[in-house]
Write a new protein. Structure first.
Length: 403
């Protein structure tokens, strides 16, 4: 697979689609070319930000990881690990249980590295000193399985930001104090991604912690994380210029954000095409056995047009409106990501007018006083809800009970 390539696949089986993309990208050959004459240590990095099932639109579908691991094992690779750390405020062990990744690793005989338990190592990331998890440096080949979705602070998250799971919790907090975009752009100079298989099955277009999934039944693979993110922004209706870390990574030479020179192709399940578009396609009727129902045939994929966006408006407009109610200074994703869906719920129930002041949130309010705050960082405020972060239901009760 070339650096300027992206392959999109659409279908109904996450496992089948993931394995097909591995085959179409010649993943096994790419690994052997990078690691000739030795048995490489391959790390699979999903997005398990918290104990949230994939169906909610926030975490990687375990079927995708299982298909990738199965493909690797079938091609003779045995040194495989899955690695991840959940966001600040949640335990990775809880995420493993809820998402099914714990059971998957146990059943497939693949070790899991909980990077929350790792110590940090200082590295130079294109001129910026960053702290990354020690075991990440031992990996020979990194397969990134991000979820393409919205984000309450950076507008979207995909391949580049998913590497934030490779840094210690203290460094995650520092990233937020630095404004997220610049350190994320630099991080991928220190943690190199070799292959990216992006989960676009049912992303939440607004919030990184899910809750409002949109069914798209797609995956995208590539080897350039900058190109992947630039295309991902287009897919979910975000102006790439608003996602500053994409531009930062491009300027650092990590990848290319210009889609004009990209080779983008799409694969579609043949049985879907035969059932719904046979009259318009050039495929002969003989492709479908007269004695066999199409849905019972082995899944095959054919080339198709690159799909258009399924919506006509920017899904981030609602998020921008809700953010006007918040004064956010260096907040962590877990805290801000929990608050925004709560505000949406309050809006739907007609309760936003109960909030008398802007809500202050984030590390920038430590030691300061004010009227209304959320989280331990606003513990000296007149009205505050403690927690790091507080649970969504606690936020809802607190804000809906204000006079």
């Amino acid at each position: 697979m070339n650096e300027n390539e992206l392959i999109i696949i659409e279908g109904r089986s996450a496992a089948d689609m993931a394995k097909e993309l591995c085959r179409r990208a010649f993943l096994a050959d790419m690994i052997r070319r990078k690691c000739p004459g030795r048995e490489p240590l391959i790390a699979v990095k999903p997005n398990l930000l918290g104990p949230i099932p994939a169906e909610d639109g926030a975490t990687t579908h375990p079927e995708i990881a299982e298909a990738v691991v199965s493909y690797l094992q079938e091609n003779g690779f045995q040194r495989i690990v899955v690695m991840e750390s959940s966001w600040v405020g949640d335990k990775t062990s809880d995420s493993l249980l809820v998402t099914g990744f714990g059971e998957l690793c146990s059943r497939m005989g693949v070790p899991f590295w909980d990077l929350q338990e790792d110590r940090g190592v200082r590295v130079d990331a294109a001129g910026m000193e960053l702290n990354i998890c020690e075991r990440v440096q031992k990996v020979d080949y990194l397969i990134n399985l991000p979820v393409l979705k919205g984000h309450c602070q950076t507008r979207m998250t995909c391949a580049l930001k998913n590497m934030k799971g490779c840094i210690p919790a203290s460094e995650k907090r520092r990233f937020h104090r630095m404004g997220l975009h610049k350190p994320i752009g630099h991080l991928c100079a220190a943690v190199h991604q070799d292959f990216i298989l992006t989960d676009v099955i049912c992303p939440d277009l607004l919030f990184e912690d899910g809750g409002n999934p949109v069914r798209l039944d797609r995956m995208i693979c590539g080897v350039d994380p900058v190109l992947m993110d630039a295309y991902g922004a287009r897919v979910i209706g975000v102006d790439v210029r608003e996602v500053e870390y994409i531009g930062t990574a491009a300027r650092l030479g990590i990848g290319c954000a210009d889609l004009s020179g990209a080779k983008i192709s799409c694969l579609l399940e043949k049985r879907e095409l035969l059932q719904s578009e046979l009259a318009q396609s050039e495929l002969p009727q003989s492709e479908l056995s007269p004695n066999t129902d199409a849905s019972a045939q082995k899944t095959e994929y054919i080339s198709a047009e690159v799909p258009e966006l399924p919506w006509n408006s920017d899904p981030g407009r609602e998020l921008v409106r809700l953010r006007e109610l918040v004064d956010e200074v260096d907040s962590c994703s877990a805290c801000c990501g929990t608050l925004m869906p709560v505000l949406r719920r309050l809006e739907e129930e007609g309760l936003l007018d109960r909030i008398p002041d802007k809500i202050c949130i984030g590390q920038g309010y430590r030691g300061k006083t004010g009227r209304l705050g959320i989280g331990n960082c606003t513990s000296r405020f007149e009205h505050t809800l403690k927690g790091c972060p507080p649970a969504a239901e606690e936020m809802y009760r607190f804000l809906s009970g204000l006079d």
